[in-house]
Design a protein around this ligand. Structure first.
Ligand code: UDP
Length: 454
């Protein structure tokens, strides 16, 4: 029996415009769509998602007036502030109109907003509908905000350089070095304000997490003591959602045919995600580390991700000739498919949370090269808690890079890591399968959203 849109409940999603944030939000949309909700995606004009990839959603562009400000990642705090300021009115006004037209949009019952997009909550309050927050990071990372804010209030920072390797209080495996922002210098006030905002959810009635009980249970239960609203742990979202493309950059699919020609578990895949960049020296040392390591490799080098060049102009002379067919470089890969390919045996990663989950779900062991934000805490968990990755201790040294690759791909330590990551994959599979913890939590979430009055 087809359910008419007018009878459907409609969930409004408010994603943050970076790749690592928009992807899990769109995946959540897919999941809720498959549960019978209609979905409106309210998004900034800047970095807007491609509606053609999601014909089942209604897209609502919000006038963000961001064209006058510098939208580079260096200016992100100002962008977030402007976005929250500028988009609240347009979201409220558009939704007020949409709520009058139930035939077309369904019964708007709830706004799910990215923690950065707090205007989603303000709009929900104004329209007197429920709001929920989507946390696109792990709970152990989220805890670092609380610790930073608490220690800052006690005038604990800036911390001496020599103390950075000491354990941070109440953060289990994490050290001061792994926190969300450097703490050996004065933490800028706007950063503290952002952490404050991102850890207080006002009137919101629930938190949706892209994580699982198995990965994160200690931090989750500690956070649950602080937030008295229900948690829904429905990760890894990419495994719970029907597959679809959420990439801003065009995926180069030729690498799949190249992977088909490689031996099982022989290829090292390298990617630093959608934001991190590297200096020429790191590019050069990585290139020679890969050349000397002897393994086939698939390397994503995003346009403009090497400081001072458009793409791969700064690769060292003689490198490409020396590796020949053994190396394949692309601007952007279909990463989830790459990691699922039987030829891939290791992932040199910046440890973004999506990449971390995608790699764990395919049992691909990692070499961790975190750059900033949650990547540092994720890397620490990968290497020291779950023990499914090796730390790259020096990123500008070809010998260290080569040795780390060999350790992961050829030596006994690599085999032990592979065994552990296989066990983790099995646990994740269990959590998403019928009766598993994420499966059950999604049923609870569906029931919860259906209980909201409209
Ligand atoms: N990604 C991709 N192709 C690439 C590189 C990355 O599809 O060549 C995707 C990857 O699968 C992940 C996202 O981009 O879903 C990156 O998110 P993550 O949280 O790992 O890192 P961020 O980009 O936010 O730093």
């Amino acid at each position: 029996m087809t359910i008419l849109r007018a009878q459907k409940r409609c969930v409004v999603l408010v994603p943050f415009f970076y790749q690592g944030h928009i992807t899990p939000m769109l995946q959540l949309g897919k999941i809720l769509d498959s549960k019978g909700f209609s979905i409106i995606v309210a998004h900034t004009e800047f970095n807007s998602p491609n509606p053609l990839n999601h014909p089942e959603f209604i897209f609502l562009p919000l006038e963000d007036n961001l064209s006058d400000i510098d939208t580079s990642s260096n200016n992100i705090l100002a962008v977030i502030e402007a976005m929250n300021e500028n988009c609240k009115g347009p979201l409220q006004d558009s939704l007020a109109q949409m709520m009058k037209d139930q035939e077309k949009y369904g019964q708007v019952c709830c706004i799910v907003y990215d923690a950065v997009m707090s205007f989603g909550r303000s709009a929900a309050d104004h329209l007197q509908i429920a709001s929920m927050v989507l946390r696109t990071c792990s709970a152990f990372y989220m805890q670092t905000y609380h610790t930073i804010l608490q220690l800052q209030a006690e005038n604990f920072f800036p911390l001496q350089e020599s103390k950075l390797l000491e354990p941070a209080p109440e953060l289990h495996a994490l050290r001061f070095k792994d926190l969300a922002t450097p703490v050996n210098t004065e933490i800028p006030q706007p950063v503290l304000e952002l952490f404050e905002k991102m850890s207080s959810f006002g009137s919101s009635v629930g938190i949706i997490w892209n994580t699982t009980e198995d990965l994160d249970h200690i931090s989750l239960s500690e956070l649950q003591q602080l937030y008295k609203i229900p948690f829904f742990l429905i990760g890894p979202l990419h495994k719970m959602a029907p597959a679809s493309s959420t990439s801003f950059l065009k995926e180069d699919r030729n690498c799949m045919a190249w992977l088909d020609k490689q031996a099982p578990s022989s290829v090292l895949y390298i990617s630093l995600g959608s934001l991190a960049s590297m200096e020429e020296k790191e590019l050069e040392e990585t290139a020679w580390g890969l050349a000397n390591g002897g393994q086939p490799f698939l390397w994503v080098i995003r346009p403009c991700s090497v400081n001072g060049s458009d793409w791969i102009e700064q690769l060292p002379k003689g490198f490409q000739e020396s590796v020949g067919e053994r190396g394949h470089i692309v601007k952007w890969a279909p990463q989830k498919e790459v990691l699922a390919h039987s030829a891939v045996g290791g992932f040199l990663t910046h440890c973004g949370w999506n990449s971390t989950l995608e790699s764990l779900c395919e049992a691909v062991p990692m070499i961790c090269r975190p750059c900033f934000a949650d990547q540092l805490a994720n890397a620490r968990y990968l290497t020291h808690v779950w023990k499914v990755g090796l730390e790259l201790v020096e990123v500008k040294d070809r010998v260290v890079i080569e040795k780390t690759i060999r350790k992961l791909m050829e030596e006994n330590e690599g085999k032990e890591i592979k065994q552990r990551v296989l066990e983790m994959k099995q646990k994740l599979d269990t959590s998403i399968n019928k009766g598993g913890s994420s499966y059950k939590s999604l049923c609870d979430l569906t029931e919860f959203i259906n209980s909201f009055t409209v």
